[in-house]
Design a binder for this molecule. Sequence first.
Ligand code: URP
Ligand code: ZN
Ligand code: ZN
Ligand code: ZN
Length: 508
Amino acid sequence: NSQSNQFCEAGIGYGEVGCGLSSSTKLLIKGGTVVNAHHQEVADVYVEDGIIVAVKPDLKVTDDVKVIDATGKFVMPGGIDPHTHLAMEFMGTETIDDFFSGQAAALAGGTTMHIDFVIPVNGSLIAGLESYEEKAKKSCMDYGFHMAITKFDDSVSRDMEIMVKEKGINSFKFFLAYKGSLMVNDELLLEGLKRCKSLGALAMVHAENGDAVFEGQKRMIQLGITGPEGHALSRPPLLEGEATARAIRLAGFVNTPLYVVHVMSIDAMEEIAKARKSGQRVVGEPVVSGLVLDDSGLWDSDFATASKFVMSPPIRAAGHNKVLQGALSNGVLQLVGTDHCVFNSTQKAFGIDDFRKIPNGVNGIEERMHLVWDTMVESGQISINDFVRVTSTECARVFNIYPRKGAIIAGSDADIIILNPNSSFEINARSHHSRTDTNVYEGRRGKVEVTIAGGRVVWENNELKVVPGSGKYIEMPPFNYLFSGIDKADASYLSSLNAPVKRSKSTT
Ligand code: URP
Ligand code: ZN
Ligand code: ZN
Ligand code: ZN
């Protein structure tokens, strides 16, 4: 029909975008093992109009229902990537995956929702949001927004309230790095933390000491180290540990929950572990690159190879990754993102003579589900239920959209993947769906076979059927579970101060 032709047209440029979208809005996934974060069972999943209607063994359906056989496979909630940068203007250029190509890649890898970071325009949150609403019009899967805070004054404070109460944004990110562009100082961070607390919004931090990074970069250049390895050498784990500790302590001082993005080092992880042990509400997000890679690629003699690994905080020396995996398996870290932020080799080459000019960022939106499975489940470090928790359910809880997202239960959105534990394919830059021409996970293996987004089969038999404009904006309400009880703790703190010391006037 004419509508599916139109969809096909829009897919030109994507080798695997197919024709013949099913008009059926009814779907039965038969005989798979349905896995949720706290339960699994062999059952059928029946979907109608984008919603899961029933999860039960041996469901009977009529002929007009499309049936997918999942016998011997795992049926799980679609992945939710809490950390992406699509169509972001950054370091003098723009990430090469936009809201269509990045989401198409995500869907091909079993991720059915992502949360992207709105960057204010000249400090204006409203202008920033408008710009991202425009970028997101071509979306082919569901998405939400965090917002970065890059300055603070009365108008920013007012606009934060508008974002939370009217625009569906429940998290704000503070960059403690990128001196001279996105970085905020402690005074601004404190104001921001207080405002987040009053709005029930989650404060997020990019934790590296930007002033010290600036110093570290000068040191490298003075030593004549200008290549990609200089990036890692200029911003060691020490600086990530310092900023993580500082942000945690300031959030503790304000008594508001904190979310630390891209935890890349043992140093940062240990600060989170210590805070959580003391009862502080800190969420730690490792990203796939930090979990599975090490910094060896940065020393590659080929610039294109080395520069593709440049991201901030840097991918660390071998050993950090294994410890981060352990922290994810024992719950010190809770959910996995990607920080998908891709530049092609031409863009990376802006820094061929100076690592400070290499646009920062690696791929991962398409590979996250595969690699968390491969690295964490296949190695026996986490259970299949925990796989669902760290790739989907916990993200839905933290950003307050559970159980609409993050679960396979009646009433939830029909964002579903089928993973085949007994077959796999190779990941590489030639067959991936991102627009970038390199892949930091070259040669790794993947197992997600089918992706269903909003009740539509969008990835099956290595074929992508995506529709620009079909993605929905998911509004995320404030006051997630991390806020419950905060008021009681504040009240008991205040009452502990309620007995001013009585001192008699001196008479001598
Ligand atoms: O290198 C990175 N991570 N680029 C994206 C921006 C950020 O810091 O998250
Ligand atoms: Zn076609
Ligand atoms: Zn960051
Ligand atoms: Zn990021």
